[in-house]
Design a protein around this ligand. Structure first.
Ligand code: ADP
Ligand code: MG
Length: 367
């Protein structure tokens, strides 16, 4: 088990070529021993590159990587004590489950008895013990992924790295494996770093989520901290599904403990501390699940329903607001009977509003 610390880590591909590409920019991150950390961010933002730099599969261009307090920039992947599980689990097709898991240990020259006891033990934890003689082709997708995880566990790594390990599985299996990974972390208590683009995996597995955008860390925090207190518009829009609505508003008056904004001709006063606010335009952020169509709220806007999606337990109502390019999304109760073309009164509860300044930083509410 080990802590992982990144300090001003940069990754530049083709550093000595004519066209170097700077992918990771001054990444600073402290992961404590036993923590479950999830990297999220849009495709291409550098999640895999960061994971591969930690694993030793990519050279670090500058900065320090410490594992268990030791600088390991120049250590081989093996010397770093890392176990890695990828999206494509690439098991050896001609080997049994047992040998797929034992192979790495056999190569390292470990005595046969010890290998047998480790593999048996791990197979039991992963409920693979009745499948040890099977070949990968006789396994389901979830079982194969468990073998890939088992193969990493038997090596008793200090740190586990997962790169979208469940994205090849169907939805039901993903839920099951997600729970198994959470349980595994509860049992092993290893430091785990997990890359995903799945919101639910990130929210449910992580002690700490790291939100990346274009090779930079936007925010690090506990899942609910990011949900309730996103630092900026990027994080606010990225965490939460469907994503937060943003409405452009004008700022009419700023006093010490109050700010008055107007939206679509309506004025709204937010009773909040407003010291950092000094611009006349802002974006009001409000999550779809916090907007109402049942008459509750502090500010109301009449608008037209453009589309409704019924999901059973809830429905998504898309509403066209004047001056907005994309519709506002409302998540309402499943039994709400809204139809496209209908006019509805959209309610905005003040205490659920976020306000972002012209630099996209969240200035309200101040905690
Ligand atoms: P993510 O995992 O977040 O989707 P990656 O870490 O795979 O993103 O990629 C980040 C960026 O680095 C992408 O723009 C990708 O094209 C670029 N990249 C990845 N590998 C290389 C490479 N070997 N040479 C140049 N650019 C690369
Ligand atoms: Mg990736």
């Amino acid at each position: 088990m080990a802590s992982v610390n990144l300090s001003n880590l940069n990754k530049i591909y083709g550093e000595k070529s004519k066209t170097p590409v700077h992918i990771l920019h001054d990444v600073n991150l402290d992961i404590t021993d036993g923590e479950f950390v999830v990297f999220v961010g849009p495709s291409g933002c550098g999640k895999s590159t960061l994971l591969r730099c930690i694993a030793g599969l990519e050279e670090i261009s500058s900065g320090d990587l410490n594992i268990a307090g030791e600088r390991v920039n120049d250590h081989t992947p093996k010397e770093r004590g890392i176990g890695m599980v990828f999206q494509s689990y690439a098991l050896y097709p001609h080997m049994s489950v047992y040998h797929n898991m034992a192979f790495g240990l056999e190569l390292s020259g470990m005595p046969k008895d010890e290998i047998r006891s480790r593999v048996t033990e791990v197979a039991k934890t992963l409920q693979l013990d009745h499948l040890l003689d099977r070949k990968p082709k006789a396994l389901s997708g979830g079982q194969r992924q468990r073998v890939a995880i088992g193969r990493a566990i038997v090596r008793e790594p200090k740190v586990f790295l997962f790169d979208e390990p469940l994205s090849n599985l169907d939805a039901a299996l993903r839920v099951q494996m997600r729970i198994e990974i959470a349980r595994l972390h509860g049992t092993l208590k290893n430091t785990m770093i997990y890359v995903t683009h799945d919101q639910i995996e990130a929210m449910t597995l992580a002690d700490k989520i790291v939100v990346l955008s274009a090779g930079r860390i936007e925010q690090v925090g506990a899942p609910l901290e990011l949900y309730h207190r996103p630092a900026n518009r990027f994080v606010a829009g990225f965490i939460g599904s469907p994503k937060m609505n943003f409405l452009e508003v004008s700022v009419d008056a700023v006093e010490k403990n109050q700010i008055t904004i107007s939206l679509d001709g309506h004025s709204l006063t937010l009773d909040r501390q407003t010291d950092a606010f000094a611009c006349d335009k802002a974006a009001l952020g409000i999550r779809p699940e916090h907007l109402t169509v049942d008459g509750s709220g502090d500010l109301f806007i009449e608008s037209t329903v453009s589309h409704v999606e019924h999901l059973g337990d809830q429905c998504m109502i898309y509403m066209d607001l004047e001056g907005l390019e994309s519709p506002v999304v409302v998540v309402a109760d499943g039994d709400v009977t809204a139809k496209s073309g209908q006019t509805l009164k959209l309610g905005i509860p003040v205490e659920r509003c976020h306000l972002f300044d012209q630099n996209d930083q969240r200035v309200l509410p101040v905690e």
